[in-house]
Write a protein that binds this ligand. Structure first.
Ligand code: ARG
Length: 462
């Protein structure tokens, strides 16, 4: 390497094997715009502290702007000899400004406080990108709910038919989970809006620089780190980001799994749009839910990124250790994966066709109205324990005879329990069962309409 940030006390340059191991520029180059923004802010506080003249500051800012343009156009690129993005851009600045003035920018900062700051800036930008993509996904779910008002479906527990629910209610359950993920991103951002710049290598700076000014310059609403050791050594912001992205992946994987099931011949609940499904190279008839499968698969990868980072951080002594260079790739990967996944996943949901007849036909199947018999009996004054028993017997008789609950005769009902008068039939239909669950959060069309309206309001306010 040509430009090294040290060398004074070394007789020899690093071994090639060390350079190869040490290099991070192939993955931290994406921090370049943030590194340059940090350098501009740092130049300004050097000037404020009297360590750069006004003329020197102007020249330095002009060079940083020129370097930024060269980075953007590709005229300036990192070479294999540049260890990391910070070193590469330092070389670029020295090439522009010469060693005399160019060499002044390093005063009072370290790559340790630089990288901790730039990583936060990068992730804050990507948290906003992810929140936008997440809002589009939530919007697609709202669209599905709104496009199918009043459609019933079999609600399941243990994947077994449980009770009929409104399709919109089911879809909004996924949307609710995603809105908490969006909230997690916003709350994470408040904690992460603290700038470590000025922490130096670990102990702060003796040069009278103002970390609060740098923080304000770089858009950190929470100011600068209260503790320079913590500023350079903490990575819980990265771990928390990895958790939130993993949670998004997991929440999406739960939608994905259902789409995969729903698109099977056996379920036949939905049909995927051609543009959002794939074929088989050998089986001409195949139409595969690859987007949903990739979502399911990538959720595992996102979990891996989180657990890998946690393992890197475990038992790491204060302050900076080079282990921390392992922090970026997993978290960058989590951003990259979700940023390609979310638009495809949203497109898949926004374009799928719902088989309304099939959903409604299956809604009452599997004796899913048995609870309604029990609750009807409770309203007649029967203790629930007894009511549950009677409704269970109704199911037993139906199963033995291969019929549904509403096909039981008046005599059969009466034989099971004298309280099971023919009026019980009033609850043995799906619309009645749905409409009766009209408390807050319930599956009645009236309750789901309230939920939908509240949800849309919250989504618009995000
Ligand atoms: N590339 C390093 C990282 O990503 C930052 C440089 C700090 N290196 C050092 N030897 N102090 O963590």
């Amino acid at each position: 390497g040509d430009v090294k940030l040290w060398g004074g006390r070394f007789a020899d340059g690093p071994a090639a094997a060390l350079e190869k191991l040490s290099a991070s520029v192939h993955f931290d180059w994406r921090l370049a715009p943030y590194d340059l923004a940090g350098s501009r802010a740092h130049a300004r506080v050097l000037h404020t502290a009297g360590l750069l003249t006004a003329g020197e500051l102007t020249a330095m800012l002009a060079s940083l702007d020129a370097l930024e343009a060269d980075v953007a156009s590709g005229a300036f690129t990192a070479t294999v000899a540049d260890e990391d993005v910070h070193t590469a851009l330092e070389r670029g600045l020295l090439e522009h400004l010469g060693p005399e003035l160019g060499g002044k920018l390093r005063a009072g900062r370290s790559r340790n406080d630089q990288v901790a700051t730039l990583f936060r800036m990068y992730l804050r930008d990507h948290a906003r990108i992810l929140a936008g993509l997440l809002a589009e996904l939530q919007q697609a779910l709202v669209g599905l709910a709104e496009a199918h008002p009043g459609v019933a479906m079999p609600g399941r527990t243990h994947l077994q038919h449980a009770q009929p629910v409104l399709f919109a209610h089911h879809v909004l359950a996924h949307a609710q989970a995603l809105s908490r993920d969006a909230e997690r991103l916003r709350q994470w951002d408040v904690r992460t809006a603290v700038s470590p710049y000025g922490s130096g290598a670990l102990a702060g700076s003796s040069l009278g620089l103002d970390p609060q000014a740098v923080a304000a310059d770089l858009g950190f609403e929470g100011g600068s780190s209260a503790n320079s050791i913590d500023g350079t050594a903490s990575r819980d912001f990265a771990a928390e980001f990895a958790f939130v992205t993993a949670m998004i992946g997991i929440d999406i994987s739960r939608i994905a799994e259902e789409v995969i099931l729903w698109a099977t011949k056996e379920f036949s609940f939905v049909t995927l749009h051609d543009a959002f499904s794939t074929g088989s190279s050998i089986m001409p008839q195949k139409k595969n839910p690859d987007i949903a499968e990739l979502a399911r698969g990538k959720s595992g990868r996102l979990i891996g990124n989180l657990t890998g980072l946690l393992a890197t951080l475990k038992a790491l002594p204060l302050a900076y250790n080079r282990d921390l260079q392992e922090d970026k790739e997993p978290v960058f990967d989590s951003c990259d994966q979700l940023e390609v996944l979310l638009p495809a996943f949203t497109g898949m949901l926004a374009t799928l066709t719902v088989n309304r007849e099939r959903l409604e036909e299956l809604a009452p199947a599997g004796f899913s109205l048995a609870t309604d018999i029990a609750e009807w009996l409770v309203r007649q004054g029967v203790p629930f324990r007894v009511a549950h028993e009677s409704a269970g017997e109704c199911v037993k008789v139906c199963e033995a005879q291969g019929i549904e609950l509403d096909q039981l005769s008046d005599e059969q009902f009466a034989a099971i329990s004298p309280q099971l008068t023919p009026e019980v039939r009033s609850v043995l239909n799906v619309p009645g069962a749905l409409a009766s669950r009209n408390g807050r959060g319930g599956t009645a069309p009236s309750a789901v309409a309230v939920q939908l309206a509240e949800f849309k309001e919250d989504l618009a306010a995000q």
